[in-house]
Design a protein around this ligand. Structure first.
Ligand SMILES: NC(=O)c1ccc[n+]([C@@H]2O[C@H](COP(=O)([O-])OP(=O)(O)OC[C@H]3O[C@@H](n4cnc5c(N)ncnc54)[C@H](O)[C@@H]3O)[C@@H](O)[C@H]2O)c1
Length: 457
């Protein structure tokens, strides 16, 4: 616990050290629990998955997130962080309960709120008294209102519901949690507002207090904007390949404009993960529900799907089809520094290669490949060098730091054919050419790749 945070927790004459319950020991729940405990609060993290809780208690975190394991362990040993499967035994003693369960997309694009409502039903049964309930899960507009109505529908208890959307990114979750651009809080009472001010006081960023609906909307609107930025830059990259421009230079030139900014302007294989796809789908579903034209976001999703297909098409064009070819895939996680493969473009791309008759050998430094190999029909490799051995082509799908440092000479010597389709633009084209690769990045015409090599060799 830092000195600044220790001071914050103990000054002001108010009760600063809170008893906090967090339901859901996933990416958001675990990170929130670890950080709040690190700030000196007394935190209990609840998950109904007994195996998960058993693993966490044994020091084996189910999620890979830089710095998280150390933070969890440090606070467990200090007695500030506990894990349990039993919500009912702790809920009654809490100052604040945070809900961080999953809200995945249902088949019709609406978020599936089953987990959230299960928690809310349990709360109603086991809490007698007053409790502030903050919803960190990403939930549709109107959810806080509905939860508040339901919880306060019987005498004896008073639940103060808060919308507390989370904006962390997997892979940099702790850093994001500790220095967010802003914290958004939707609440209805002064007491809830004071409690949230108290909770987030260690942060230097603005706290934006809004009504419930606006807080819920901010989360969806922010993610839909980021998804739109990615589909936008991928569309520009596809144009660059045809017109002879280099997307790296173009993105730099666009991003230096402060009205636009450089973030989320990296071209590639499209967005994945548990948030951008489902939250964009949710905006589309919302538009349908309310009769608002949201075709902009439908296009964002379509462009994103097609970007994956373009990788397979590039492969097939250069190999004369992938039937009977062995393709090495480097990277399965939807982004670097996470083991998460939810909606990972890599799994979709592997499926398309396999359906076209190719054989896939895959490697990822953090993903549990044994649990995926049968469903997605690939052979796991122990490292990148094993994956590329005898391959007709390599496809790079996650921007892991480890792939930057590969011995390219060795990679080249192990491959049957020197084709590299780079979905993340990890390498300098002239360097790849020097090593004898046929290198195909995103957003750079092949002629440009060849010319860059010719001018630098
Ligand atoms: N992952 C992210 O980067 C991220 C970022 C911002 C917001 N969010 C939002 O936060 C929410 C959680 O996302 P996540 O990625 O942490 O999900 P997750 O799937 O990693 O974790 C959810 C956890 O909730 C548990 N759970 C489900 N029902 C439960 C119940 N009734 N009682 C106790 N535990 C229960 C599950 O077992 C699981 O461990 C989602 O709404 C998501 O959209 C996620």
């Amino acid at each position: 616990m830092s000195k600044m945070n220790e001071q914050h927790i103990t000054t002001g004459g108010m009760k600063m050290r809170m008893k906090i319950g967090i339901v859901g020991a996933g990416y958001v729940g675990l990170v929130s629990a670890a950080v709040f405990a690190d700030w000196g609060h007394d935190v209990v993290c609840v998950d109904h998955d007994a195996e998960k809780i058993g693993r966490i208690r044994a020091g084996d975190l189910p999620v890979y997130e830089p710095g998280l394991a150390d933070m969890v362990e440090r606070n467990r040993q200090a007695g500030r962080l506990r894990f349990t499967t039993d919500l009912s035994r702790t809920a009654g003693e809490l100052d604040l309960l945070i809900i961080a369960v999953g809200t995945p997309a249902a088949d019709d694009g609406h978020p599936d709120l089953t987990a959230l409502w299960n928690v809310v039903h349990s709360l109603k049964q086991c809490v007698k008294g007053d409790l502030t309930v903050a919803i960190k899960s990403t939930v549709p507009i109107g959810t806080c209102q509905a939860v508040s109505r339901f919880l306060n529908g019987h005498p004896g208890s008073r639940f103060d519901v808060v919308a507390a959307p989370e904006f962390l990114r997997q892979g940099t979750a702790i850093a994001d949690f500790l220095s967010p651009d802003r914290v958004v809080i939707g609440c209805r009472t002064e007491a809830a507002k004071r409690k949230m001010q108290q909770l987030f006081a260690p942060l230097a960023c603005p706290l934006l207090f809004t009504d419930w609906q606006s807080a819920e909307m901010i989360k969806y609107a922010a993610n839909a904007f980021l998804a739109m930025k990615i589909s936008y830059i991928n569309t520009i990259a596809n144009l660059c390949e045809q017109v002879g421009a280099d997307i790296q230079q173009v993105a730099l030139g666009i991003g230096l404009d402060r009205r636009i900014g450089p973030a989320y302007l990296q071209p590639g294989i499209g967005f994945g993960g548990s948030c951008l796809p489902k939250d964009t789908q949710a905006i589309v579903a919302l538009g349908k529900d309310y009769g608002v034209d949201v075709s902009l976001f439908r296009e964002v999703l379509r462009v994103n799907r097609e970007q994956r297909g373009r990788i397979v098409q590039k492969l097939a064009d250069r190999l004369g089809g992938v039937q009977g070819k062995t393709i090495a895939v480097l990277g399965l996680a939807f982004k670097a520094n996470t083991n998460d493969v939810r909606e990972a473009p890599a799994l979709d791309i592997i499926t398309r290669i396999v359906q076209a008759g190719g054989e896939v050998v895959a490697y990822d430094p953090a993903v549990n490949m044994e649990s995926l190999k049968n469903d997605f029909c690939f052979t796991p490799a122990a490292d990148a060098y094993q994956a590329v051995t005898g391959a007709d082509a390599v496809v790079i799908l996650t921007e892991w730091e480890e792939f930057h440092g590969l011995d390219l000479q060795q990679i080249r010597s192990l491959m049957r054919h020197p084709l590299v389709i780079d979905g993340r633009n990890l390498y300098a084209p002239h360097m790849m050419k020097q090593h004898g690769f046929h290198y195909v990045p995103v957003g750079v015409p092949e002629q440009e790749v060849a010319e860059a090599a010719a001018t630098t060799v």
